[in-house]
Design a protein around this ligand. Structure first.
Ligand SMILES: [Zn+2]
Length: 104
């Protein structure tokens, strides 16, 4: 099968499923007081900054992972694959990023 230009591009593109432009938490104001380290995130529990930092930690480009699988005889083998697609897991209340998983 011949790949079209678009499909070729897709192979190097990094896809993030469940990405939101305006999750609910973005409307919450930062409540840090930056006069002291004790009254600002991460010591102070500011939800806006907490969720912001979770978003910053999200991978934005393809990365390599090691996959281990076992065949019918129970023999395990591992291979290095490139992950270029992830799916975000969000919280119901704030729509914040709880975590994400690879889709390979
Ligand atoms: Zn804050």
């Amino acid at each position: 099968m011949k790949l079209t230009m678009n499909e070729k591009k897709k192979n190097i593109k990094f896809t993030i499923l469940n990405l939101m432009d305006k999750p609910r938490w973005k409307k919450m104001k930062c409540v840090c007081n930056h006069n002291s380290v004790e009254t600002e995130f991460p010591i102070f529990n500011c939800l806006h900054c907490k969720f912001q930092s979770q978003e910053m930690k999200l991978p934005r480009s393809p990365f390599k992972i090691s996959l281990t699988s076992s065949d019918r005889n129970g023999k395990t083998k591992s291979e290095i694959v490139t992950c270029n697609k992830i799916k975000i897991n969000r919280g119901d209340k704030y729509q914040e990023i709880i975590g994400w998983f690879n889709l390979v």
